[in-house]
Write a protein that binds this ligand. Structure first.
Ligand code: PEP
Length: 641
């Protein structure tokens, strides 16, 4: 239930971040204008240069998209959920201020694609904040859909896509999706006429006033049945003048063919004269509202072609019509017609070049993971005789050894070694609590599981010095050793205490490695079977079948732990078979066949192959020999022999 809730929240956040990042990245200049609005509200507009606001626009929108993708694929779950929570706290506070003070009418969180009121935005953020809290609380409950080893492909591909293909391309050309009321195909004349008739219309600020005669020529321009080029520059002072020859050529072209050509700007006479001096422009200039011009085209300058009051083409100054395209009259040219390129084909392009590769990668990754899993089961020496699915594990128990630095170095060495030479069994390292969070950051947990050596028998509260199962889980660990003989003996852990610990560990999704085993006196008195049975009955036989299936048993004769004395392979097999038989009595043969039972006690590379060859021994819990990567690897490799 909790997992479902976390994953629903993760999906809601992922969709919101991807959409909001995308619609902003597709229109970097629009986002920059919005940032400028915020700076104006804070009185900072004049101190922050334009290139900074543009960089912030691109980085912010791309980062939002990227975080959304990470959430969707459950990549770097803890870090991403923390960043998302911080962002949501900041955004919720910011939008609360916007809703109360109302300095800007639309916060711009979905660009021009979806305009929300400030209060709607605030409540939307409250919902997303709640989802971010849930996801941050249980980040590891987010189900992975790509393995760690392949997630870098998703990260790099998504970053490249949003930064270069979407934001970069939109900046160089024009936004690939135009959500404004001046997109290609808009009948400007009809929209403007509705405004004149007193209807609600987004063209209220649209006017064209001739600079020469000082008269409003909007109607004249929009009623014209022929072609009209509108060169749009909100500010001529800031306009890019690299294409001045091309602009002059286009003006001459329009003169030759009898098309109208106006430059619309909000600049005053000084700006116009300066532009004329620099470019030699001879075309007429008209005054238009600055915000309207910025809305009409996201390029300074940009070129727009009107025919019969309809916008049929738009070009940024980087992609002006070429001499070849304008070699004949527009009536006979491709650019003189409304382009067939529509929204559906753009969406299809994104599906083909972004969504499809990621879907294929995910499917390939899952198939690969699945085939590895099958292969692992096939390498199981027992599989030749009987198809038993239980997992083979070699787990290390570091006990109270290794300071943080040495522990990290050992875990890193092991990580590299096993990445280079993949094990044929599950590998787990159980470390002191203080190592867990640091090691979890780099350990490839598809290859090496991480576990604690203990956890508290209380959920939380005033238990100074204790570490709860939830805390262990929150470090990124997946396992916990419980019932080790050293804890039973030195810390007086009783079956009842262990029963509580097992329940709490499972409640927090930790896999329990539950230790049982007899002392020397008990062995000498022939009581070993009795002892292990009582230990199982006292702490884990209360579990439901489903929960018991999650337990790994470790049989560790106390007399063999750290003494150099190993139980013979036959002795170990005999009691492992007995343990399996009592599990079968309690839960049935199928559960018994699936339960992993490890052997522990002075297990080394030299005796591991003989022990692991026994049908009821499914690996080892290793103490001393897990403190050196080479020794531990030697035991792991016993599964390759
Ligand atoms: C252990 O304590 O779990 C253990 C098996 O130790 P060693 O391998 O050192 O005997």
């Amino acid at each position: 239930m909790r997992k479902i809730a976390v994953n629903v929240c993760r999906l809601v956040l992922a969709v919101a971040f991807i959409l909001s990042g995308f619609v902003k990245a597709v229109d970097p200049l629009g986002t920059q204008y919005k940032i400028h609005d915020y700076l104006t509200a804070w009185g900072l507009a004049s101190v922050v240069p334009d290139f900074v606001t543009l960089a912030v626009s691109v980085v912010q929108s791309s980062a939002e998209f990227f975080l959304g993708i990470c959430l969707l694929f459950a990549i770097r779950r803890r870090l991403v959920s923390l960043i998302v929570l911080i962002l949501m706290v900041v955004m919720t506070l910011l939008t609360l201020w916007l809703a109360i003070a109302n300095p800007i009418s639309d916060c711009g969180c979905f660009g021009d694609a979806l305009v929300l009121t400030n209060w709607q935005t605030f409540w939307k953020n409250v919902v997303l904040l709640a989802a971010a809290i849930v996801v941050r609380r249980y980040p590891l409950d987010m189900g992975r859909i790509i393995s760690r080893s392949n997630q870098w492909i998703v990260m790099n591909y998504s970053a490249f896509f949003i930064l270069v293909i979407i934001a970069g391309r939109s900046l160089y050309t024009l936004p690939q999706f135009d959500f404004r009321p001046y997109h290609i195909g808009t009948n400007l004349r009809e929209g403007w006429q509705r405004m004149i008739d007193g209807e609600d219309s987004p063209y209220a600020e649209f006017f064209i006033e001739s600079m020469d005669e000082g008269e409003d020529i909007t109607e004249q321009v929009l009623q014209d049945k022929g072609y009209t080029f509108l060169l749009v520059s909100p500010h001529l002072e800031q306009a890019d003048d690299s294409q001045l020859d091309e602009l002059n050529r286009l003006y001459e072209y329009s003169q030759e063919h009898g098309y109208k050509f106006y430059c619309l700007t909000a600049s005053g006479q000084r700006g116009i004269s300066r532009w004329q001096d620099i470019t030699g422009a001879e075309y007429p200039f008209c005054l238009t509202d600055e915000t309207t011009l910025k809305t009409v085209i996201r390029s300074n300058p940009g070129l727009l072609l009107l025919k019969d009051g309809v916008i049929i083409q738009k070009w940024s100054h980087n992609t002006l019509p070429t001499a070849e395209e304008t070699s004949g009259p527009l009536e006979a040219s491709e650019i003189g017609d409304l382009p067939s390129d529509n929204v559906a084909s753009k969406i299809l392009w994104i599906l083909t070049w972004f969504v499809l590769p990621l879907v294929l990668l995910t499917v390939a990754d899952r198939l690969w993971a699945w085939s590895r899993w099958i292969k692992k089961s096939d390498n199981n020496p027992l599989n030749n005789e009987q198809k038993i699915m239980r997992k083979k594990i070699v787990a290390g128990n570091w006990k109270m050894n290794m300071n943080l630095q040495d522990g990290i170095a050992l875990a890193k060495e092991l990580n590299e070694t096993l990445k280079a030479d993949k094990p044929n069994c599950g590998v787990v390292i159980c470390t002191p609590f203080i190592h867990l969070a640091s090691i979890a950051q780099f350990l490839d947990q598809d290859i090496i599981g991480l576990g604690a050596e203990n956890c508290a028998d209380k959920e939380k509260g005033a238990f100074t010095g204790e570490v709860s199962a939830e805390m262990v889980k929150s470090t990124g660990a997946q396992y916990v050793i419980l019932g080790h003989s050293e804890r039973r003996e030195y810390y007086k852990e009783t079956p009842e205490i262990l029963k509580e610990k097992v329940l709490l560990a499972q409640k927090n999704d930790l896999k329990v490695i539950f230790c049982i085993g007899e002392s020397l006196e008990e062995r000498e008195a022939g009581k070993q079977n009795e002892v292990v049975k009582a230990e199982l009955e006292g702490s884990v036989f209360n579990l439901s079948e489903a929960d018991f299936r999650k337990i790994v048993i470790a049989y560790e004769p106390i007399w063999a732990i750290g003494t150099g004395k190993t139980a013979t392979a036959e002795q170990a097999e005999e009691i492992h078979a007995y343990i399996r038989s009592i599990i079968a009595e309690k839960y049935g043969q199928a559960v018994a066949d699936d339960t992993t039972i490890l052997y522990g006690g002075s297990c080394k590379a030299s005796n591991a192959p003989e022990l692991f060859a026994k049908p009821d021994i499914d690996g080892g819990l290793i103490g001393g020999a897990s403190l050196k990567a080479a020794d531990f690897k030697g035991i792991i490799d016993a599964w390759k022999k």
